[in-house]
Design a protein around this ligand. Structure first.
Ligand SMILES: [Zn+2]
Length: 481
């Protein structure tokens, strides 16, 4: 790590307590405060000094054990029995408004082991550019990861995606810690009957009623606000809304993380499709005609286990027109949440590779949301892709809602698709923030453990690279035109 004369990091007197906290030493009471929600076993307080020697930020690197409220940097190795660290930055650079470069440099410091060095000596120098001046890039991660579907954008705590949030599965700090550099960000608008209760799943199996239709005007309003939330993250330099394949390549090369704007259910689009051009101009590059409810374009599949996905009518005439118009604009069409007839209507209409962003294999777990082998064959024949979700009650053979489900269950679905239609037609489609996932993954920062599990499952490093990144890149490159 090279020195930057403008910026210095030094050991600080602990500002949350009156005693100097130290790694392995006694912690000040404030670090231990119960309202912080987790038990700390060590902490280092640091000051970031500007060119004039004034402190511009204070940083606490805290070591915690057990079930953390905030887990941001799983890969840090700060000592034994430590499974994560939390970085808290306070005045005048609060975490939510921290310039991206500073956040990255701090993260690099921790991940690179610099904190241990800083802990023992005053004046340890590191490279941190002035706030607002983007001069550094993170080195490319060993294995860039692409995720085909998550719901982080429309969770209640989506206002804390930048600084990190204590709930849910995905925010920007945890995504970076997990090696996730590009993903499809779903825009989903809640409505009557959309609250899912898989509570009976523990007994194995569920049968949820189909949600009500969503009013077009209500959907358009909600979806527009969510799209604006994503565009604001881009405006403030936290990510790039991916419009071209070059945006994905830049993300894999250490640039800004790439976010693909996706409508999960097309209720926000009018039946004449006039709004579709507007959405494309705003950055929309992926769309699922339906969520699990009926709309003007087709019929979603209800959440049932065990159940065939063949539950009713398919696409309407407007639905077929929507698929054709998406093809023409270069917007990916996602068959997730369609029933069997809707799936085949898309397959008959589209001239792009078929994408199922978050569906498992019906042969292994007979959930209505999963794909039968003949559907998998059609996806393979179209040179498309299946993103395997981590949702336990979609993947388990008994349909139970059990977060103790091992990672090997996720790997088994990937293996089934790979053996059936080829390793080049399977990828990740987590459904983070959309359901219950295995504790072994925990959240997006746990993705390296999934890569390890693929290796344990017999996939070669070339195959893992294709599953984690290359397959999604190929399919989107063929679709965006
Ligand atoms: Zn979904």
């Amino acid at each position: 790590m090279s020195a930057n004369p403008d910026w210095m990091l030094r050991r600080a007197k602990c500002w949350v307590g009156d005693t100097l906290c130290s790694r392995g030493g006694e912690l000040s009471a404030a670090h231990q405060a119960p309202d912080r929600g987790h038990q700390l076993v060590g902490a280092v307080c640091l000051q970031l000094l500007g060119a004039t020697g004034d402190a511009v930020a204070r940083v606490a690197v805290e070591q915690a054990e057990g079930d953390l409220v905030e887990r941001r940097l799983h890969r840090a190795d700060l000592g034994q029995d430590i499974d994560a660290v939390t970085i808290v930055v306070d005045h005048p650079l609060d975490a939510a408004n921290l310039p991206l470069d500073t956040a990255q440099a701090l993260e690099q410091l921790v991940l690179g082991g610099g904190v241990a060095a800083a802990g023992g000596s005053v004046g340890h120098a590191l490279t941190i550019p002035p706030p607002g001046k983007r001069t550094t890039r993170l080195p490319p991660v060993d294995q860039p990861i692409f995720d085909g579907h998550h719901d982080a954008l429309t969770r209640a705590s989506a206002d804390r995606l930048v600084g990190g949030r204590s709930d849910g599965h995905l925010d920007l700090p945890r995504a970076r810690a997990g090696g996730l550099v590009a993903s499809i960000w779903a825009i989903f608008v809640d409505g009557p009957g959309a609250e899912l209760d898989f509570g009976n799943g523990a007994a194995g199996g569920y049968d949820l009623p189909l949600a009500d239709e969503l009013d077009h005007a209500e959907a358009a309003g909600g979806a527009t606000a969510a799209a604006g939330r994503l565009l604001a993250l881009e405006r403030h330099g936290h990510l790039r809304v991916a419009r071209t394949i070059e945006d994905l390549d830049a993300a894999a090369d250490g640039g800004l993380p790439a976010a693909i704007m996706h409508l999960e259910g097309a209720e926000a689009i009018d039946q004449d499709l006039e709004a579709l051009d507007q959405w494309h101009a705003a950055g929309l590059r992926s769309l699922g005609p339906v969520w699990s409810r009926p709309n003007a374009f087709g019929h979603g599949v209800p959440f049932r286990f065990p159940s065939t996905p063949d539950t009713g009518e398919g696409l309407t005439a407007a639905g077929r027109a929507l698929v054709a118009r998406c093809n023409a604009l270069g917007i990916a069409v996602d068959v997730s949440h369609l029933n069997t007839r809707g799936f085949w209507d898309v397959a008959d209409t589209t001239d792009a590779p078929i994408i199922a962003s978050h569906c498992g294999a019906h042969a292994l777990a007979p959930a209505s949301r999963n794909l039968t082998d003949d559907q998998l064959d059609a996806i393979g024949a179209s040179d498309g892709i299946v993103g395997i979700p981590y949702i336990v009650d979609f993947l388990r053979a008994d349909g139970a809602l059990d977060r103790a489900t091992p990672l090997s269950t996720v790997v088994a679905h990937i293996r089934h698709v790979a053996d059936r239609i080829g390793t080049h037609h399977v990828g990740f489609g987590s459904d983070f923030d959309g359901g219950d996932i295995p504790d072994e993954i925990g959240d997006v920062a746990g993705l390296p453990r999934l890569l390890d599990a693929l290796g344990d499952g017999g996939f070669t490093s070339e195959e893992i690279a294709a599953i984690a990144w290359g397959n999604w890149r190929r399919v989107l490159a063929a679709t965006w035109r």
